[in-house]
Design a protein around this ligand. Sequence first.
Ligand SMILES: [Cu+2]
Length: 143
Amino acid sequence: MRRAGLWLALAAACRCGAAAACADLRVHDAWVADAPPGAPVRVGYAVLENGGGAPLAIDRIDGTDFDSVEPHRMSIVDGIMQMRPLPRLQVPAHGRLALQAGGDHLMLTGPHRALKPGDDTALVFRCGAQAVTVRFAVRGAAP
Ligand SMILES: [Cu+2]
């Protein structure tokens, strides 16, 4: 019966059933590409890692420095580059999702202040009722 007792303890601790908590989210290499002053849109990149055993869904991202923050997917359709909004970002259990040039990325629209290399901007990732604040550094595009 020791095994059954351990299982019950784990189930209580993880509150299984709901979407994975933001607590399992780790964000690395979070940065916003530099853009000319007055640019209406910025692009954000990061590597998202899910340390938990359940898939993780980020349903909303926002930041006080922008009107809106929207996940986008870039793809080539009939030789033409297209971008479309994604309703959410999903990170597989014990997996990762790279937000990178040419793929999924964050579209930051309507900046509220000038951002230059060396500055950073805080974005809030929301997973259900939980939230994690991530600092994105502004820097020049990778060579
Ligand atoms: Cu986009």
